[in-house]
Design a protein around this ligand. Structure first.
Ligand SMILES: C[S@@+](CC[C@H](N)C(=O)[O-])C[C@H]1O[C@@H](n2cnc3c(N)ncnc32)[C@H](O)[C@@H]1O
Length: 310
């Protein structure tokens, strides 16, 4: 049984509790349904629209939350189109939209998905890989084997903030020339291990492939642009009082969220609910290591034209 321990769920509930009559929440990254379950239990009259680009995740969430009946319904989709999705579902101007960014444990634990440097599997990494849904057209394998040295180095630098981007890119290109395409996660891990100096690897302590895997995943799924567009979409669908909550797990995501919320604030659209954001408690980090990099930021819209009056 694959579980995903929801991160900072107590803090999110506290933020949402500042809304007087919570009726409709959009869980824009419903994943395995951890947040939604907590919200449905806490607010007995609440309705939720759960969105995820990953069909496998949606199937799990459906089963997990079946006892809540029609208080929750699901929609496969990319949150980069959030305003369009809400319009199609007649759900514009919900009370809150919640984003829990990144990958779920389901994606990391199934080797065939190719997200994990700890398991051997195909180099896939498509979040939207699904039987009947929109999927990114390119896999990590295609990127690793078709990008030039310069393109690979750029991906590793921009999306992984990897110090050894050029060395690793050169190692990959050399490996391709000598041995043919790299097709599995562990083959890629071993190429990376061969390129990063051993003393540095000892100093890093963690798996040296971590940042390259993050970079490839972001590139394959176009995650940062999806986030930017999703944030814009929230603004387009906002009503006075609507709360938007983001939980991010690395500085690239958090930077985008922080700058966008600051921009909204500067434009007088509303207020931060916690200036500087919130971090998980030490207790939560002890119990769930995956929480250690989390940062929660929330914003409440005040001065927007209600969507119905636009
Ligand atoms: C950290 S998990 C969410 C876990 C969830 N909060 C829970 O408690 O089970 C992130 C989820 O967001 C989804 N996701 C990532 N980017 C997305 C996007 N652009 N549109 C829709 N879903 C996305 C992933 O497929 C994944 O299931």
């Amino acid at each position: 049984m694959i579980e995903h321990v929801p991160v900072m769920v107590t803090e999110i509930c506290d933020v949402l509790a500042s809304f007087d009559h919570l009726e409709r929440i959009v869980d824009a990254t419903v994943g395995l349904g951890g947040y939604s379950e907590a919200f449905l239990k806490r607010w007995p009259n609440l309705q939720i629209l759960g969105i995820d680009r990953d069909n496998q995740a949606l199937e799990r969430a459906r089963v997990r939350l079946k006892d809540f009946g029609d208080r929750i319904f699901f929609r496969q989709g990319n949150f980069r189109y959030i305003d369009k999705i809400l319009k199609e579902e007649n759900w514009e101007g919900p009370d809150a939209i919640v984003f829990d960014l990144g990958v779920s444990n389901l994606q990391l634990s199934v080797p065939e998905r190719g997200f994990s440097f700890n398991h051997d599997g195909p180099l896939d990494m498509r979040m939207g890989k699904a039987s009947n849904g929109p999927a990114p057209s390119i896999t990590a394998e295609e990127l690793v084997n078709t990008c030039s040295f310069e393109e690979l180095a750029k991906i590793f630098t921009e999306y992984g903030e990897e110090r050894f981007s050029s060395k690793i890119a050169r190692g990959i290109v050399r490996h391709r020339e000598r041995n043919g395409p790299i097709t599995s996660t562990q083959e890629l891990v071993s190429v990376i291990r061969q390129t990063i100096p051993a003393p540095v690897q000892r100093k890093i302590g963690r798996n040296p492939a971590r940042k390259v895997f993050q970079a490839l995943r972001i590139a394959v799924n176009d995650e940062l642009r999806a986030l930017e567009e999703g944030i814009e979409g929230c603004r387009r669908t906002a009503k006075p009082g609507m709360i938007v909550v983001f939980v991010s797990y690395h500085s690239l995501e958090d930077r985008i969220v922080k700058h966008s919320l600051r921009q909204w604030y500067t434009e007088g659209l509303g207020v931060f609910l916690h200036r500087g954001g919130l971090k998980p408690s030490e207790q939560e980090i002890l119990e769930n290591r995956k929480a250690r990099s989390a940062r929660l930021r929330a914003f409440s819209f005040k001065n927007v034209t209600p969507y119905g009056a636009r």
